[in-house]
Design a protein around this ligand. Structure first.
Ligand code: SF4
Length: 399
């Protein structure tokens, strides 16, 4: 049986841990009893995994009064980094052993990251103007699952989130609700900000936890039988293993086009057992490539519209969708050849159902709203049309 080692420094850490846990207990005791039902939004990242395992431990050890029922909703974006995905599956089984069934919440087939791009032709999100992903693949599915749940229960639930602000939470009690750059999970805080008050009130019981306590919990406490016997140490690999705390990597979708570096993936690839995931490094460049004019359509500016940007670039051409579909499948094949060789988990970027759906979109000539597919490709030279409708002809060079 595993035990917690004790020495002077460990003793101090233990005291601090106990303080953090005590504050969590107090917050759950203060707000929890006002609700018959609790719900946990679990992304599989370090903070929400800490929350979910901690809450279950506090209930089974009778340190808090449980609600009538607790619903755990795992948000699966279909692009979770492999060790996080594998860890989540294992922890789900362990939660089931404790009597807690997890509901997997996923966007509908047409709204998933890759099907939306490759099926409908919508370009990948970018930082500046077009960030459709977080709401479409994370927030809306959770909101819709919550609507169903609250509809069935007939009353509001208390939504527990893994939002964490460390010591600043105690200092000024402000919660920053955006996607933080470092050390955060993409979308962290968004549940807190966006889930409607009519469905739930939100509580962040680990708001005050420091990152070192999160790692202490995941690596050393939660895996012990007396704290729930959870395989939470598996999560550390996705954040840099033993150096996870120093690296403080942000996790999100594999190949996230909104970041400059694949920090989490790069750290993972330093470990021999995960090196078969190397082909994933090709994902982000593909998303970048997709945004280039030669793969997309453009409005001529002569159409009837109130748009300011009359000649805006739009969806991916059918040829581009087919090309990138093949490239993404080849990444999947290359990874899984390695997985087979090394006996590691397979990665399914596009499952059979998603592939079929994408091909149906092509067969149905599906385009985003306000696009027909008849528009020219965006690299076609054309007259410039200004927002007021005036036109500057294309400069023609003589023969
Ligand atoms: S990780 Fe990146 S791609 Fe995924 S939802 Fe967040 S911003 Fe979008």
């Amino acid at each position: 049986m595993r035990t917690v080692q004790t020495n002077m420094f460990e003793g101090t850490k233990r005291l601090q841990m106990n303080d953090s846990i005590d504050l969590t207990i107090q917050s759950l005791q203060a707000y929890g009893p006002k609700y018959n039902y609790w719900c946990v939004a679990w992304s599989g990242g370090k903070d929400s995994t800490t929350l979910v395992t901690l809450v279950v431990y506090l209930i089974i050890s009778k340190k808090i009064q449980p609600p009538k029922k607790i619903f755990i909703m795992y948000a699966d974006t279909r692009l979770e980094l492999t060790p996080l995905f594998v860890a989540a599956q294992t922890i789900m089984d362990e939660l089931a052993e404790h009597g807690y069934q997890v509901e997997v919440v996923m966007a509908s087939l047409e709204n998933r990251f890759l099907t939306y791009i490759l099926g409908r032709g919508v370009p990948p999100p970018n930082n500046a103007t077009f960030r459709w992903c977080t709401s479409r693949i994370k927030i809306e599915p959770m909101q819709s699952a919550l609507e169903d749940l609250v509809g069935t229960l007939g009353e509001k639930v208390l939504m527990l989130t893994g939002v964490r602000q460390g010591e600043s939470a105690i200092r000024d009690s402000r919660i920053v609700l955006s996607c933080s750059k470092n050390g955060a999970e993409c979308g962290q805080g968004w549940y807190q900000e966006t889930l409607p008050e009519s469905l739930c009130d939100t509580l962040a019981p680990i708001l005050h936890w420091r990152v070192c306590h999160v790692w202490e919990w995941l690596k050393h406490w939660a895996p012990l039988p007396e704290y729930g016997d959870f395989s939470t140490e598996l999560i550390a690999d996705a954040y840099g293993g033993d150096e996870a705390e120093e690296i403080n990597a942000r996790t999100g979708c594999m190949g996230c086009p909104l970041t400059d570096k694949d920090t989490a993936l790069d750290n993972l690839l330093k470990k021999v057992k995960w090196q078969y995931l190397e082909p994933l490094k090709r994902l982000r460049p593909i998303f970048r490539e997709m945004r280039k004019p030669q793969y997309r359509l453009r409005k001529t500016g002569l159409e009837e519209s109130n748009e300011k940007n009359k000649q805006r670039m739009g969806p991916l051409t059918m040829a581009a969708r087919k090309r990138f579909f093949k490239e993404i499948l080849s990444i999947q094949e290359d990874i899984n050849a390695g997985a087979k060789r090394s006996g590691m988990p397979y990665v399914i970027l596009l499952n059979a159902e998603e592939q079929k759906f994408i091909k149906e979109c092509w067969a149905n000539n599906l385009w985003p709203n306000k696009w027909t597919g008849e528009e020219p490709t965006a690299d076609t030279p054309m007259d410039t049309v200004y927002p007021d409708g005036s036109i500057q002809p294309l400069i023609q060079f003589g023969d």
